[in-house]
Structure formats: structure tokens, C-alpha cells
Write a protein that binds this ligand. Structure first.
Ligand code: GDP
Ligand code: MN
Length: 394
């Protein structure tokens, strides 16, 4: 789960990571009260969407920049905010459809001595948290990694010890900070690690992290991703979820306890098990098709879940055919078959449907499908089923 910059910064404040003063507003009526909370003078207006690259983004009405520094102070900030709120911002990360801005964050503008990049995430190869930092802040880190990898520094943290003092010192030396900055940066690094650990975050990214002429070190931006599997331990963080930023199909799927990810192809897949779901997508591609989604109904799906899965799949207007691929280990194939039949009858399925059932109670499942009177094609193997649906959709 991702959260907004203003929410992430409230967490920063709680953990002692220094941030500029700021306040959010969700409607034009709240602008004055929010602006009143920041000091007079130059300020920054920031569109709140779950995507990066806002600064260089463009709104669909042509207005440039989802992050604006307002030299004209609060009066200008209010005008700019009115142009952003309700408008749709397109950035490198949003895709061409963009995201509607429903919250504005006002912050004081800070004098920047230098911009840095700082992030902490889980390194899956070494199974430990890694802090990634660079002297090249404010830029795309992927570009820095490609062109000047020597400007990126990493520290791998032993989760048993936590962040060691010598590691934090080594990093601030490598970043070339002066003594006053070092002291503040080390404090910030410790706070960052504690927050990462305690919130069960999968990533916290600060780009840019800035130094100021007086030695202060501040987080100007904040992107936080939380581990969905740990959210049950954090009701306070779950409350930060913004459904406006999520695909409605994925929200429906999570309500039915299904793992669903929308993709941009036209062959919908309904599969049990994440590994089988991935290999199903692969084999569709292999035979020249394009999967419309990843959908894992789990090892022990009920008839109701299968029906919910079908309904979700069919709300995607791009879907031109469906492939059901079930390997019954724990799963009873006949339960899936009944779910498919009930859903198809209720919805009045008009699309080509290929079903491959294998394993536990497959014979009964195939009989249920055959007796249903539904127009469907059965696949004998994964390869056979994939080729059939690709052909039907073409
Ligand atoms: P992003 O484009 O989505 O990553 O949004 P950011 O929050 O990183 O803002 C984009 C850029 O605006 C930053 O890289 C900064 O260069 C600039 N910016 C943001 N806040 C301030 C500020 O307080 N003062 C100044 N001078 N520039 C800022
Ligand atoms: Mn940024």
C-alpha cells in the first residue's frame, strides 16, 4: 500500500525526520486554513497523487507542473492550488490517463544548499534492509545508476543489530557532508531506519533530501510503500489508505480476498495459485496473446469467490476472452466448475471461454461444465488451452 506525501511526512515528523512546515487541503474551502499554518513568504504547492515525477508533470488542461514554488507567496499559492485541485496530472509514472488531484499540500519553501537522494528498502538478494544514498538528488535515480553508478552508495543493515553507528558515519563521509550536516544526517538516518522497521515499510524514498546553509538536513519529498502483508499490525496506517488512487477492480478483488492485478492485454485469466497464474500469463504470451490480468483465486476458493472473480474480470472492457486454468491440489475442480457455471449464467457470458481443469475431482468438474449447456471450450493441457483462447480472441 502506498500513502501520500503529506501522510508520509506526518510519519516523518513523528519519528524525528526533519521536514518543511506544511499542511494539506482537500477542498478550496480548506485552502486558507492550511495556508495559515505555514510561514509567510515563498511557499510550495504540491499535488498529492501516488506517483512520482510530479514536478515535471503536465495537467490534462495544459497547466505545467504538479509541484510549484510560489515566489508571490500565499496569494499566488492559493491561485495555483485552485488550478491543480480536481485537475488530472500526467507524469512519467501515472501513464497517459494521469491521476486526479484530490488533495493539495502547502509547504514553506526552503533554501536549498544541495539536493541528495536517500532511500531505504528491502534488498531481496541479501535478505536485509539497504540504505541507498546519492549526491545526485532531485534527479531520477535510475538515470544516476545507469550513467554514474559510482555516485550511489549503499549500506546493508543486519536486522539483528540495526543500523550501526560506523555505517551511518561512513555514509555521511561518502556524501561529503560537513560536520554540522553530518550530525543532522546521522540523526535522520537513525530515525529513517526506525520508521522503516516499525511501520513494516517496504520502501521509504526521499528525493530530494536537502542540506541548508545552516547545516540543517530536511526531507523535501516523501514516498512510502508499506508491506500489505503486515498491515494487520497497523490499523493506524491502514486508515491512510486512499481508494481514489487504486484500481476499482483491485479494490473489489481485495474485498473478496482475491489477488488481482489489472494488466493491459485482452485475455482474462482465472487461476489458482500465484505460480500457476504467472506461468499462465507466460504461456498466453508465448502463443502470441496478451493477458488482461493476473488473478489468483487461492488454494481453496469458494464458489462465491469464483463468481466474484468472474464479475471483476468482466468489468474490464478490454477483455475479449477468458482462460480458466485450474490445477486442483487442495482445490476441488468441481467447486470451480460450479462457480464458473453460476457466474456465467448470472452475468450472461458472451465471450469465448476456455477451461482447463486438472487434478482433484477434475472428472466431476468437467461433467458439471459439460452438463451446464454453456458454450465453452475445454483445454486438455495448459499449452492446448492457451492456444485455444489465443485463437478464439484473435
Ligand atoms: P516529484 O517531482 O513528484 O518527485 O516531487 P518533489 O516533491 O520531489 O518536487 C519536485 C521538485 O520541486 C524537487 O526536486 C525540488 O527541486 C523542488 N522543490 C520541492 N520543494 C521545494 C522547496 O521547498 N524549495 C525549493 N526551492 N524547491 C522545492
Ligand atoms: Mn521527488
Amino acid at each position: 500500500m502506498n500513502i501520500h506525501e503529506y501522510q508520509a511526512k506526518a510519519l516523518f515528523e513523528k519519528y524525528g525526520i526533519a521536514i518543511p512546515k506544511g499542511a494539506p487541503a482537500k477542498s478550496a474551502a480548506e485552502f486558507d486554513a492550511a495556508i495559515a499554518q505555514i510561514p509567510d513568504g515563498v511557499c510550495v504547492v504540491k499535488s498529492q497523487i501516488h506517483a512520482g515525477g510530479r514536478g515535471k508533470g503536465t495537467f490534462t488542461d495544459g497547466f505545467q507542473g504538479g509541484v510549484k514554488v510560489c515566489k508571490g507567496g500565499k496569494a499566488e499559492a492559493k491561485e495555483i492550488a485552485a488550478k491543480m485541485l480536481g485537475n488530472t496530472l500526467v507524469t512519467k509514472q501515472t501513464g497517459p490517463a494521469g491521476r486526479k488531484v484530490q488533495t493539495i499540500y502547502f509547504t514553506e519553501a526552503n533554501q536549498i544548499k544541495k539536493e541528495y537522494y536517500l532511500a531505504i528498502l528491502l534488498d531481496r538478494a541479501s535478505s536485509r534492509p539497504v540504505i541507498v544514498a546519492s549526491t545526485e538528488g532531485g534527479m531520477e535515480i535510475e538515470k544516476v545508476a545507469e550513467e554514474t553508478p559510482e555516485k550511489i552508495f549503499k549500506i546493508f543493515i543486519d536486522p539483528g543489530y540495526g543500523l550501526a553507528d560506523f555505517q551511518a558515519r561512513e555514509l555521511v563521509f561518502k556524501l561529503g557532508l560537513n560536520p554540522a550536516e553530518q550530525k543532522n544526517a546521522i540523526k535522520l538516518l537513525r530515525a529513517l531506519y526506525t520508521m522503516f522497521w516499525e511501520t513494516d515499510a517496504s520502501m521509504i524514498e526521499i528525493n530530494p533530501l536537502i542540506t541548508q546553509p545552516d547545516g540543517a538536513v530536511l526531507a523535501l519529498d516523501a514516498k512510502v510503500s508499506l508491506d500489505d502483508n503486515a498491515l494487520y499490525r497497523h490499523p493506524d496506517l491502514v486508515a491512510l489508505r486512499d481508494l481514489n488512487e487504486e484500481d476499482p477492480k483491485e479494490i473489489e478483488a481485495s474485498k473478496a480476498n482475491l489477488s488481482y492485478i489489472a494488466l493491459d492485454g485482452n485475455i482474462a485469466c482465472l487461476v489458482n495459485g500465484a505460480g500457476l497464474a504467472m506461468s499462465t500469463m507466460d504461456i498466453i504470451k508465448h502463443y502470441g496473446g496478451n493477458p488482461a490480468n493476473f488473478l489468483d483465486v487461492g488454494g481453496g476458493a469458494s464458489k462465491e469467490q469464483v463468481m466474484a472473480a468472474f464479475k471483476i474480470i468482466l468489468t474490464d472492457p478490454n477483455v475479449k476472452g477468458i482462460l480458466v486454468n485450474i490445477f486442483g491440489g487442495i482445490m476441488d475442480c468441481d467447486v470451480i466448475a460450479h462457480g464458473v457455471v453460476a457466474a456465467a449464467k448470472e452475468i450472461g457470458l458472451g465471450l469465448p471461454l476456455v477451461v482447463r481443469l486438472e487434478g482433484n475431482n477434475a472428472a466431476a468438474g468437467k461433467k458439471t461444465l459439460a452438463d451446464s449447456g454453456l458454450k465453452l471450450v475445454s483445454g486438455d493441457s495448459m499449452a492446448d488451452a492457451a492456444q485455444k483462447i489465443v485463437k478464439l480472441v484473435a
